[in-house]
Design a protein around this ligand. Sequence first.
Ligand SMILES: CC(C)(COP(=O)(O)OP(=O)(O)OC[C@H]1O[C@@H](n2cnc3c(N)ncnc32)[C@H](O)[C@@H]1OP(=O)(O)O)[C@@H](O)C(=O)NCCC(=O)NCCS
Length: 166
Amino acid sequence: MQTAFTIRPFKADDLEEVMRINRACLPENYSPLFFMDLYERYPSTFIVAEQEGDLAGYIMCRIETGFSSFSLLGIAKKGHVVSIAVLQKFQHKGVGSALMRETMKNMRFKAQECYLEVRVSNLPAVDMYKKLGFDIVRTTHRYYADREDAYVMAKKLKTKDNTWQV
Ligand SMILES: CC(C)(COP(=O)(O)OP(=O)(O)OC[C@H]1O[C@@H](n2cnc3c(N)ncnc32)[C@H](O)[C@@H]1OP(=O)(O)O)[C@@H](O)C(=O)NCCC(=O)NCCS
């Protein structure tokens, strides 16, 4: 039988393991200071998934103020997913979706929208974001260091009748 995973807040002790997952899964890697800065400034949206004591994945975000992805002139508070990764052996088991839902749940007190960049070739990730209610709002050409384009995908965290949707 498959063991369930736990979703919990990141703690400083997780840093080494989160950096290992980041390096194993993504070409965009960061310094320890970068991870800890996001943790210190936005602790409620830095989340990890754990299975039997092993970390399976993480998500870390930033809260920003900027142009809304949904209205041309509006300024919005936006949750920006800076990085999310799930180790290959834990992938396609619901861990990534659970990390996204938990971070959006915590983000909703501080932001009206959530957005992220994703490589146009990263079909599993694009698919996951679509299933979570994200739309492709634009393409940023040559966004990545290897010049690949990024889709910017965004989701409103609040509906017209003022209820939260995550
Ligand atoms: C993208 C990523 C975080 C998804 O995490 P995950 O735990 O595998 O995702 P989930 O199990 O919650 O899958 C949700 C949906 O994503 C899509 N998906 C996930 N893995 C997939 C795969 N290997 N092939 C095709 N679709 C896939 C499916 O639509 C899936 O829904 P389904 O289970 O109904 O088929 C993970 O694949 C990963 O870490 N990839 C490497 C790093 C990365 O690309 N990060 C995102 C950068 S923007």
